[in-house]
Write a protein that binds this ligand. Structure first.
Ligand SMILES: NC(=O)c1ccc[n+]([C@@H]2O[C@H](COP(=O)([O-])OP(=O)(O)OC[C@H]3O[C@@H](n4cnc5c(N)ncnc54)[C@H](O)[C@@H]3O)[C@@H](O)[C@H]2O)c1
Length: 310
């Protein structure tokens, strides 16, 4: 069986390539490295693995048949998509359209990596898949949120009108080794600041909540969803919720850092709460996260320490 992973040189994509290879798939990783890094796949020595540098907003034709197409390509951290607004919209729209066309041509099963950001700044907590969201389409974050909402819409259209076998995963905040220290997401931000002894910057008063899923749990959920027969969106994330201020204190505790916590203004349209309802994933996929926050953070801190010391 051959799987194509777009965005395979990124954080989540590279872990997905590892899992698929472990399970015996041939894997073709397609990435234009706009936010990814060849270091993330440099450890892969398998002859079942190949890499192609390609921008998926351009059409892609392949001679070899693919059976599964995991579409993860997209800038994903706020710093990235605020710097790359047009590329973010294009990869969500044109990139998803091209990859659906490829899946249709190959009769491959297609999975879209969507996001909890489709719920915007949610008015319900926790967020279940039935919630339609509260997104500001013209705010700075709109480029990412609306690209993913469009990507979901076109995926469902290919499913309904062309009969393509599709899956949609709504990924909630995921962290772990191979994130970039400077990608602006809260986990690498806080860990980097704590390890370097710098002030920990909390945006707003820190009362906004997040829930963090360890990468191996997330990837297992994504794989199980692809293997299921369910074509509507499924949340995959960790429902353990904490405030950003509590989270900063946990990082200080685990790293043993004496950094101070300082407060800065909240970015525009920053969601106040974020917590997945995972009943569907539990029922349909028999999936739930296995890593506690403490265990996942210890692994991640070890990784970032290694990076800072090298
Ligand atoms: N990590 C999370 O917490 C999270 C949460 C929700 C959704 N997601 C989604 O999961 C996917 C992967 O996110 P990530 O955290 O690994 O981010 P990442 O930036 O590490 O990986 C994204 C990859 O996509 C590649 N890419 C971007 N545009 C491309 C294009 N036009 N053509 C080819 N490759 C392209 C990048 O070079 C990069 O390697 C994204 O679709 C993201 O929206 C991630």
């Amino acid at each position: 069986m051959k799987a194509l992973v777009t965005g395979g040189a990124g954080f989540l994509g590279s872990h997905l390539c590892d899992l698929l290879l472990e399970k015996g798939y041939e894997v073709l990783c397609v990435d234009n490295l706009i936010t990814g890094d060849m270091h993330n796949i440099a450890h892969i020595k398998s002859d079942k693995f190949s890499y192609m540098r390609h921008d998926v907003t351009k059409p892609l034709y392949l001679d070899e048949t693919i059976d599964f197409l995991f579409h993860l390509a997209s800038p994903a951290s706020p710093i990235d998509y605020l710097e790359l607004p047009i590329q973010t919209l294009k990869v969500g729209a044109l990139g998803t359209h091209n990859m659906l066309g490829l899946a249709k041509e190959h009769r491959a099963r297609f999975l879209l990596a969507s996001t909890s950001e489709v719920y915007g700044d949610p008015l319900v907590n926790p967020q279940s898949e039935e919630y339609w969201g509260n997104v500001n389409p013209i705010g700075p974050r709109g480029v990412y949120d609306e690209a993913k909402r469009y990507a979901e819409a076109i995926t469902m259209a290919y499913h309904r009108y062309h009969g393509v076998n599709t899956r949609v995963v709504r990924i909630f905040n995921t962290y772990g080794p191979r994130m970039r220290l400077n990608d602006g997401r809260v986990v690498p931000n806080f860990i980097g600041q704590a390890l370097r002894g710098e002030d920990i910057t909390v945006y707003g008063d820190g009362s906004q909540t997040r829930s963090f899923c360890y990468v191996s749990d997330e990837i297992e959920g994504i794989y199980r969803l692809m293997m299921s027969d369910y074509s509507l969106p499924v949340n995959i994330g960790n429902p353990e919720e904490c405030t950003i201020l509590e989270f900063a204190k946990i990082i200080l505790h685990i790293t043993g850092s004496s950094s101070k916590i300082v407060f800065k203004p909240l970015p525009v349209d920053d969601p106040k709460q974020r917590r997945p309802d995972i009943k569907k994933a539990m029922k349909l996929l028999g999936w739930k996260p296995e890593f506690s926050l403490e265990k996942g953070l210890k692994e991640t801190i070890k990784y970032f320490k290694g990076i800072l010391e090298s």
